[in-house]
Design a protein. Structure first.
Length: 276
């Protein structure tokens, strides 16, 4: 028996245990105006996520979330920001940790555990050009019983995946997700995508996180459409007003042009993370 911690550590051999690798995958979400050729028609909002086309095996030529290995001398919380900048050129955006994914066979190379993060960004704030392998994909989600059909579209590239949603705990309304069908997205990233969007849907009703995707000034109509895109449903005006009560304040500015009557502009009452 060892008498001191120093003595214990001097005899400790990490090689006695199996090793695994740790990665970080980042789900970058933005809400923006859909292209509209009719200037009199109000622009619709669309959710989009950022994907990278893989140039190497495994999953060569497949699309995946920005991600990479944690360096041995790197703090976990610093890893996603480094990976985002290296793989996409994005930096200084809101990040929060999502879930850890550790299925034994999630990576064909070796045992890899991934800590996922969600990044929320207003595209209008992006001043740097994305790297060539990074592309925005519009997100369309349709739920049919316990199946979640996800379609991701970038011009002529269409990716489809189906995720199964299973109620895990009736008392807490918690769900677990499993891949039902997938042939176009690498690794288990369909699970990260669906889990992250579900987390965002839940959080916007009790936090102010949505404002990380909003410009400084916006109309209430624009804000309502962002909520509706995330929640994937229409909101009655009274329900929407209850959600945003005490979160926004009126300004003296008006939005004009586009063939519509001027609309009052509002702004977020709090302090966005990048202004702190």
């Amino acid at each position: 028996m060892y008498k001191t911690e120093e003595e214990f550590l001097s005899h400790y051999n990490p090689e006695d245990f199996d090793r695994l690798s740790l990665t970080t995958d980042v789900l970058v979400i933005s809400i923006s105006d859909e292209k509209n050729n009719n200037y009199r028609k109000t622009s619709e909002k669309v959710m989009s996520i950022l994907l990278i086309k893989r140039n190497n095996f495994p999953f060569k030529d497949k699309w995946c979330l920005p991600g990479g290995f944690l360096n041995i001398d790197e703090d976990l919380e610093k890893c996603p920001a480094r990976i985002l900048e290296n793989e996409t050129n994005l930096k200084d955006i809101y990040l929060e940790q999502l879930y850890t994914f550790g299925s034994v066979k999630r990576d064909p190379r070796m045992r890899v555990v991934s800590t996922s993060y969600m990044a929320l960004v207003d595209k209008n704030r992006i001043t740097t050009e994305l790297k060539n392998d990074a592309k925005w994909f519009n997100v369309s989600i349709e739920e049919e019983n316990d199946l979640i059909n996800v379609t991701l579209t970038n011009e002529n590239t269409v990716l489809k995946t189906v995720v199964k949603k299973t109620l895990r705990e009736k008392t807490t309304d918690r769900y677990e997700f499993s891949i039902y069908k997938n042939d176009s997205i690498a690794f288990d990233h369909p699970l990260v995508i669906v889990s992250g969007i579900e987390r965002l849907k839940n959080k916007i009703e009790y936090t102010d996180v949505v404002f990380n995707m909003m410009p400084k000034y916006f109309t209430l109509g624009e804000l309502q459409k962002v909520y509706e895109v995330i929640l994937n449903k229409k909101l009655l005006d009274p329900a929407f007003r209850r959600i945003i009560a005490n979160k926004v304040e009126e300004t003296d500015e008006m939005k004009t042009g586009g063939g519509h009557r001027p609309s009052r502009l509002f702004k977020y009452k709090g302090v966005k993370w990048y202004d702190r």
